[in-house]
Structures are given as structure tokens and as C-alpha cells.
Design a protein around this ligand. Structure first.
Ligand SMILES: [Zn+2]
Length: 132
């Protein structure tokens, strides 16, 4: 914490000709100011992380035991319920032969029959060939 009384004390020391004492006190104020700046940066980072976690939790929902993330007009996912419930991690489940598999915790989930996008032959990405 920066003590504002130090500024007056520094001013008084300079005014009374005790420059060396004033400089030492000025260096102490500088050191405290740098520490305060570092603390503000740390708190800003923590606040940003908490805001992102809050925004994420507002857009995350559970359907049929799986987590989905609402992003604009589409639902992203599904994400592993085990990883999110135990570690808070959003790990996208991979589809394989009618099941969903977590690449992180290796949980295998059999999706319900009315599961959206359950088909394995759904293209995941468009492949753009390199130009010749
Ligand atoms: Zn998992």
C-alpha cells in the first residue's frame, strides 16, 4: 500500500536540505509503486480469467448427460461430462463407431438414439487441396 504521508515527508526533507534522506525515501516509494503495479496486473489477469469462466458457465448447458457450449447460433460439443465435472475441463468428445470417446480421460459414452450429429459419416472439416 502506498502511504501518501511519504510524499509530504519527502517534500519536508528536500525543503530542509536533507537531500540524501529524501532520495532514499523516494526510492522506497518507487519500490512500493512497482510492487503495487505488479499486484494490479495480477488482479486484472485473475479478473479476466473469472470473467471468461463466468461467460463460459452462462453458455454451457447439459443435454442427455453431455455438455454443450452455445456459441452465437450453434451448439459446440459435445464435451466430456467426466472431465468437466471433475476438473472443469472442456474436452470435446470424438465420435467413433457409434460411440463417443474422450481423448483425455478415455471415457466411452454410447449416445442416445436421438443424439444430434451421431452419424460417423458427417464430414468434420472441409479439406482444401494445396494449389499446384
Ligand atoms: Zn474426459
Amino acid at each position: 500500500m502506498l502511504h501518501y504521508r511519504l510524499f509530504k515527508e519527502i517534500n519536508d526533507l528536500f525543503a530542509s536540505g536533507r537531500d540524501e534522506q529524501a532520495r532514499r525515501l523516494l526510492m522506497e516509494v518507487q519500490s512500493r509503486s512497482i510492487a503495487l503495479h505488479d499486484e494490479v496486473n495480477l488482479l486484472q489477469t485473475r479478473l479476466k480469467t473469472l470473467e471468461e469462466a463466468m461467460r463460459l458457465s452462462c453458455n454451457l448447458f447439459r443435454r442427455n448427460g453431455l455438455y454443450w457450449l452455445k456459441a452465437q447460433d450453434i451448439n459446440l460439443g459435445p464435451f466430456c461430462p467426466h472431465c468437466y465435472d471433475h476438473e472443469g475441463g472442456l474436452i470435446r468428445l470424438e465420435r467413433s463407431k457409434g460411440t463417443l470417446h474422450c481423448p483425455y480421460c478415455h471415457t466411452v459414452i454410447t449416445p442416445p438414439t436421438h443424439f444430434e450429429g451421431a452419424s460417423d459419416d458427417t464430414p468434420r472439416a472441409r479439406i482444401i487441396p494445396f494449389a499446384n
